[in-house]
Design a protein around this ligand. Structure first.
Ligand code: ZN
Ligand code: ZN
Length: 318
């Protein structure tokens, strides 16, 4: 049996607090680490003794993905406890690379028709937090099917479920049917399929929404008792959450088709019409959401596209 404790830590992000999970079975393991802020660190150090865990006992920090609300404190915890930091290879790349995440997406962002001032606002804000100072040798890689083993034959299975982030993993305990979902499945939010360059196909984007919806199909068939999400409370009605997410994307497809009636629009124009109040970094989130839907609609031949002056415009198929 796994002894799981949820610890909720503050983040400076709009998403609100993040959950990390302390698994007290030996070797003591954290699932996610929280944001690298003094407030989150203080809260973690306050909570651990209450759970009867000394920070030195933590042997592994398993990251669902590299986003700073989940991974930020991994370096600090590892430095203090000597814990191994574990993630999927595609997330390790993000956590250890000095490449600018906006610069590598720039060709795709420019294609959306974004005006210079909105682009500059994204570039100025970027991530509010410094990236964790993790170096390659400290990180251990997992992939789909990897087993995270504990004493007495207890284990967690790794599932690679990309879409929100390319190397996003969830963890499943076959014994108790617990599912640690990171940002893959959340009780009240549809995860954003963030725009990502496809490293295997230079110049192309990752088919983030297709990947994500395929992952939902896989999880739908699983036998899960409780979902332990990265944000919000635990829940059991994962079929309901999956239906809500699918419904959300169906609505978006209809909205986009409606906006394209009688006029060709680019991704930026569509995102402004859909989310007129977004500013700064959030403009990038809005673009990602719309672009992911457009990419899937193109694949399904619901719409067509053409390029004019470096900007891609979309039109209805007929
Ligand atoms: Zn995330
Ligand atoms: Zn998150």
């Amino acid at each position: 049996m796994l002894s799981v404790y949820q610890v909720t830590l503050p983040t400076p992000y709009k998403v609100g607090p993040v959950n990390i999970y302390v698994i007290k079975n030996r070797p003591v393991t954290l699932i996610d680490a929280g944001a690298d802020t003094p407030e989150a660190y203080k809260m973690l150090r306050h909570m651990l003794p209450q759970l009867g865990v000394n920070i030195n006992e933590i042997k592994r920090v398993l990251l669902t993905h590299s986003h700073p609300d989940h991974s930020g404190l991994a370096a600090k915890i590892s430095a203090e406890s000597g814990a191994a930091v574990i993630a999927h290879q595609l997330e390790i790349k993000k956590l250890t690379s000095t490449e600018d995440s906006i610069e590598e997406r720039l060709p795709h962002v420019l294609e959306t028709g974004i005006p210079t001032d909105a682009l500059q606002a994204i570039q100025v804000v970027r991530d509010k937090l410094p990236r964790p100072a993790l170096v390659d040798k400290k990180m251990h890689e997992v992939q789909d099917g990897s087993l995270i083993e504990f004493e007495n034959g207890v284990s967690l299975q790794v599932l690679h479920l990309p879409g929100h982030s390319p190397g996003h993993v969830c963890l499943y305990s076959p014994e108790q049917k617990f599912f640690f979902s990171g940002d893959f499945m959340l009780p009240h939010i549809t995860p954003n399929p963030l725009m990502e360059p496809d490293l295997d196909h230079p110049g192309r984007r990752m088919p983030t929404l297709s990947q994500y919806l395929q992952g939902l199909e896989r999880v739908e068939k699983m036998d899960i008792s409780v979902v332990f999400p990265g944000h919000g409370g635990t829940f059991s009605d994962y079929h309901g959450v999956i239906d809500t997410v699918r419904g959300h994307h169906d609505v978006q497809v209809k909205l986009i088709l409606g906006m394209l009636k009688g006029q060709d629009l680019n991704t930026y124009q569509l995102s402004r019409k859909t989310y007129p109040n977004l500013g700064g970094w959030d403009v990038f989130l809005g673009l990602s959401e719309i672009q992911a839907n457009l990419d899937l609609m193109l694949k399904k031949q619901l719409i067509g596209s053409y390029k004019r002056n470096g900007v891609v415009y979309y039109q209805t198929a007929d």
